[in-house]
Design a protein around this ligand. Structure first.
Ligand code: DAH
Length: 338
């Protein structure tokens, strides 16, 4: 006569096998394996068995428990895959997929990133300043007198309260020196604004990278070395760099920077890329006055500064025919620079 446990196993397996859905299966699980289920009850009864019976029944009980658990698991799997294939059957695999749009960085951002990476290697940190500025940061502190044409209503966007959209990123030079003592080595990428008719090559909003280096015994040679290294890293080793005398109120001497490189229009002509110069002592004095100390003593500290124009360079490097594309947010344009 078979042991009652064997009968139990047979009943359990049949019941599990014929369970029509997950609820029926769960009911079977509780009936056999639940805390007050039949198999658990047998476990309790083990205590009452004789020494001889215990190992035999114990072994059988284990086998039964394992078999029932395995059957429940396999049946659960069966229900799950039935459910999934049911869901899949409702999907029309012949429909076209949803294309994923892949974004690209704006060409100006790409220029900035390449440039920042080069200056970082030379130890320049990033500095920042607001686009909406006051006249003092934009002009007075930069030694630009009240009658200077750049301050003209026709050239600069003024807000009703007297503030303005910065006409260059040189404002960040002043803000940086107000906030920290020398030595200083920073660059600051950002937008600048001037009243300009919008056409293919002019825009009232343009983009620059400002640079400021202040230390002891800084000379024009440091300025030239830094900018030459930068231009060659950006445009290739064959790049020629030329410094031409110029005038900026906030530097003395002042130099315009020109480059000629195969990377730029095949190297046929000199292209103006930056304004630069040795920081004018009057700028340090303005900063000292605002700081109310002598941190930027022009007898001890000297520096150079530069402002690199980004828009024209990006237009040449990426072969962009019209500056207006930069600000039109047209995905057909932006998608080309991935
Ligand atoms: N701010 C000048 C401009 O926008 C460019 C410039 C010239 C920046 C000389 C400088 C500098 O830092 O030293 O035209």
């Amino acid at each position: 006569m078979p042991h009652p446990l064997e009968q139990l196993r047979e009943d359990a397996l049949r019941e599990i096998e014929s369970a029509s859905d997950e609820h029926a299966l769960e009911a079977a699980r509780v009936k056999y394996l639940g805390r007050s289920g039949t198999i658990s009850a047998w476990g309790e009864q083990m205590k009452t068995l004789s020494k001889e019976e215990k190992p035999v029944v114990g072994k059988l009980l284990n086998e039964v428990r394992t078999a029932v658990s395995a059957a429940i698991e396999s049946q659960t799997g069966k229900f799950r895959s039935q459910k999934e294939s049911g869901a899949l059957a409702r999907i029309d695999v012949s429909l076209p997929g949803t294309p994923r749009e892949i974004g690209a960085l704006h060409p100006l951002t790409q220029m900035w990133e390449r440039s920042i990476e080069i200056f970082r290697r030379m130890g320049f940190a990033l500095a920042d300043g607001p686009d909406i500025e006051d006249e003092w940061h934009c002009f007075d502190a930069l030694n630009t007198p009240p009658d200077h044409p750049a301050r003209n209503e026709q050239d600069t966007f003024y807000l009703p309260d007297g503030r303005l959209l910065r006409t260059h990123t040189s404002t960040v030079q002043i803000r940086t020196m107000q906030g920290a003592k020398p030595p200083i080595r920073v660059i600051s990428p950002g937008a600048a604004y001037r009243r300009d008719e919008l056409d293919a090559t002019h825009s009232p909003q343009f983009h620059q990278i400002e640079g400021l280096y202040v230390d002891e015994n800084v000379s024009v040679a440091d300025l030239k070395g830094t900018l030459e290294f930068f231009m060659r890293e950006l445009f290739g080793a064959d790049t020629a760099v030329q410094f031409r005398p110029h005038f900026f109120p906030f530097t003395e001497p002042s130099l315009e920077v020109y480059v000629k490189s195969k990377a730029l229009k095949g190297g046929e002509r000199w292209i103006e890329v930056a304004g630069s110069g040795v920081v004018h002592p009057a700028v340090f004095e303005q900063v000292n006055k605002a700081r109310d100390d002598k941190a930027y003593d022009p007898e001890k500290w000297s520096g150079f500064a530069f402002g690199l124009g980004m828009d024209r360079l990006a237009m040449i490097l990426f072969d962009i025919p019209d500056i207006r594309y930069f600000s039109q947010n047209d995905l057909r344009f932006l998608g080309q620079f991935g």
